[in-house]
Design a protein around this ligand. Structure first.
Ligand code: PRX
Length: 657
């Protein structure tokens, strides 16, 4: 069956799930939101912004006089950490649990809002004592422990800017990100627990900073989590327990301009160099809080919310570190992997804490589905009221399984489409309002304007597929790419004048619901993580075995896409290495070391030539056909049409996996 047929089948989804009257009656989101936003979009966003505490109220909602550089609420001042913590304590909710922490080994810790405030104030003072000033960049490379959130909150509390780097990235990736942002401080830990073992983090920081690779870094602040032995650089490395322990617990949060930078988060683009996506203060928090409350139907006094994302990704920023805290939610943070000690771990956590809102990724749902419903069925999941999905399209089968076996056949599922760049959810059903349709992200949220265009920029209507764009600025939009305003303009705003091009294909179905069809550029999505084909190709060719490489994302049942690399080897280098060299393993390990384990190719296919057009561009479309085991498409534009025969012949002979 061709990909087009599959899409068409998807789009004729006939299962619809209307909200129940009981759910709608108590739902946070009211249908009027759509109407209000439509009539006065800016007024609508101003109303949402006013839910926050402003040290100095804003009078201007949006300045779009110099597109694509937007300014939201720009004459106002606020403090993100004050909004996320202090104001709940001041409102008398200091006793409410902010964080239920579950360590992978089974240790637990509970932090009330008052306790979180105490920790964040002390940490803020520790940072000040280390010389961190407003605007300074601080890199954070941490496991999922409360100190990760405390560190983020403390950094932004003093007006500094964090760059969180996912713990699965290698020392090289870490170094290039630290250097690009010119970070002054790195906050890390000795390690964290993953898959039943203590897994080290500090050695990667040491390697990243070795020699003079990152001269901007003055100190490394180290949390002890696993008590592994770690190397220690006197004068540079500082114990968290000491620095934070000795710091004062008094810290008054000052207001910063709404457009003051909040954080940088690196993400993969279509070139080998990751982009530092920049977000600022007022607009980001406004939309993170608004979407968190309305999309997840948060009743902060009674709900227990759990988002399984790591703080190293945007989801862990907007829907762990900021949105839930801004709304005064009680949330679970889990350190480890879903299979430790067994595949029932997540469901035991739901049962133990009475999780009522669960937000996770389709790749996880598909892994659980494969193992069978008997595992979740052993647990009491009756507390679940709302389920969320993010990171990639969710196939209707996985959606139905999620609803039935995790959601007790009643919990609404919100399939939320957004990106690192959008900062917060843009397209999603609203529980209690939207009639749900498995597999579709459905409708732009109130306040969000999306369209689907053809290649010439013509707007398409129902029943048509094209390119997804956002037609109006939104509060949590990226403000730029760190240090590269030109790349910001070219990447997102050049394709269609005045419109943000997201890089995703999408289709309106006949009922006006939106379906995401995957990336249309050379960005892959593996387990909901963004990877660039160019970045992996450049890692591969940096190995002396490799003359040339082409990488594609091939469909994978569990991870959505998988990295498949086609490589041409340097015969002489190979001969030097001896005949028994396991090329596939060596190259997969090499990518893992260069970028991180998440980028490790699933399959390496050794070929003699790559399919190229006469102008020398690699035709990935054809390689994808091979990797997905499909008949090969049109080869007439190839410089040498016999290349594909030799590649697919090679594959028939067995790819080395
Ligand atoms: O292709 C879309 C996919 O993930 C991309 C954004 O990746 P990232 O910046 O890492 O952020 C992931 C978490 C927000 C998008 O361009 N994507 C994200 N959510 C969905 C999705 N694709 C389909 N459906 C979704 N719900």
């Amino acid at each position: 069956m061709s990909a087009d047929h599959e899409i068409d089948n998807l789009l004729h989804e006939e299962r619809h799930f209307a909200p129940t009257a009981t759910f709608s009656a108590q739902a946070i989101a009211k249908p009027e939101l759509y109407e209000q936003a439509k009539q006065d979009r800016l007024g609508f966003w101003a109303t949402q912004a006013k839910q926050l505490h402003w040290h100095k109220p804003f009078t201007r909602t949006l300045d779009w006089s110099n597109p694509p550089f937007a300014k939201w609420f720009d004459d106002g001042q606020l403090n993100v950490s004050y909004n996320c913590i202090d104001r709940h304590v001041l409102a008398g909710n200091g006793e409410r649990t902010a964080i239920f922490f579950e360590g992978e080994p089974g240790d637990t810790r509970e932090l009330s809002y008052a306790e979180l405030l105490h920790e964040v104030k002390k940490t803020a003072n520790a940072l000040i004592n280390l010389g961190i000033k407003p605007g300074d960049r601080v890199a954070i490379y941490m496991p999922m422990i409360p100190e990760a959130v405390i560190a983020m909150q403390a950094v932004v509390r003093i007006g500094a800017v964090h760059s969180v780097i996912f713990g699965g990235f290698s020392a090289d990736s870490l170094a290039s990100r630290i250097d690009d942002a010119q970070a002054k401080l790195v906050i890390t830990s000795d390690g964290g627990y993953r898959k039943g073992k203590a897994s080290a983090l500090k050695p990667a920081v040491d390697e990243a900073l070795a020699g003079d690779r990152c001269p901007s870094v003055k100190n490394v602040l180290v949390v002890r989590r696993t008590n592994q032995d770690v190397a220690w650089v006197e004068g540079r490395d500082v114990e968290w327990s000491q620095a934070v322990g000795e710091a004062s617990d008094e810290h008054e949060a000052q207001g910063f301009d709404a457009e003051h930078p909040l954080f940088i988060l690196y993400t993969s683009g279509t070139t080998g160099k990751p982009k530092g996506i920049l977000h600022t203060t007022g607009g980001y928090l406004t939309q993170a809080a608004y979407t968190h409350k309305n999309v997840f139907d948060l009743h902060e006094q009674t709900d227990v919310y759990w988002c399984t994302a790591d703080v190293g990704w945007i989801t862990g920023h907007s829907y762990v570190a900021y949105g839930p805290l801004a709304n005064g939610a009680s949330q679970v943070i889990y350190e480890g992997t879903p299979e430790t000690p067994d595949w029932g771990r997540w469901w035991s956590i739901v049962q133990k804490y009475g999780v009522s809102i669960l937000y996770t990724a389709p790749t996880a749902i598909r892994s659980f589905m494969k193992l069978g419903s008997q595992i979740p069925n052993e647990y009491d999941l009756s507390s679940i009221r709302v389920l969320g999905s993010v990171g990639e399209p969710i196939n209707p089968e996985a959606w139905m399984w999620y609803r039935k076996h995790i959601g007790g056949s009643h919990a609404p599922i919100v399939d939320t489409w957004w990106q690192t760049e959008t900062g917060a959810i843009m397209v999603s059903p609203l529980p209690g309002i939207t009639t749900l349709k498995p597999g579709s992200a459905q409708v732009p949220l109130p306040g969000v304007s999306a369209a689907i265009l053809d290649d010439d920029g013509k707007e398409l209507g129902r029943g048509h597929a094209g390119l997804l764009v956002l037609t109006e600025p939104w509060p949590s939009m990226l403000r730029g790419i760190w240090g590269d305003p030109e790349r910001f303009k070219e990447t997102y705003w050049a394709r269609f004048e005045g419109k943000y091009f997201a890089g995703d294909g999408a289709k309106w179905d006949e009922e006006g619901d939106l379906w995401l069809l995957g990336r249309v550029d050379d960005v892959m999505n593996v387990s909901g993580h963004r990877l660039s084909t160019a970045e992996i190709e450049s890692a591969l060719v940096s190995h002396h075995f490799v003359a040339e490489a082409a990488v594609v994302g091939a469909k994978d049942e569990t991870t959505g896409q998988a990295v498949v690399a086609f490589v041409i080897l340097r015969q002489n280098q190979l001969e030097n290495a001896g005949n028994d060299a396991d090329v596939s393993k060596i190259l997969r390990d090499h990518v893992s070391k260069e970028i991180g384990p998440i980028a490790r190719p699933r399959t390496i296919i050794v070929v003699k030539e790559l399919p190229k057009t006469r102008s020398g561009k690699i035709m990935r479309r054809l390689l994808r056909d091979v990797a997905e085991d499909r008949p090969i498409g049109d080869v007439t534009t190839l410089a040498d049409t016999s290349v594909m025969q030799s590649i697919s012949g090679k594959l028939a002979g067995g790819a080395n996996d």
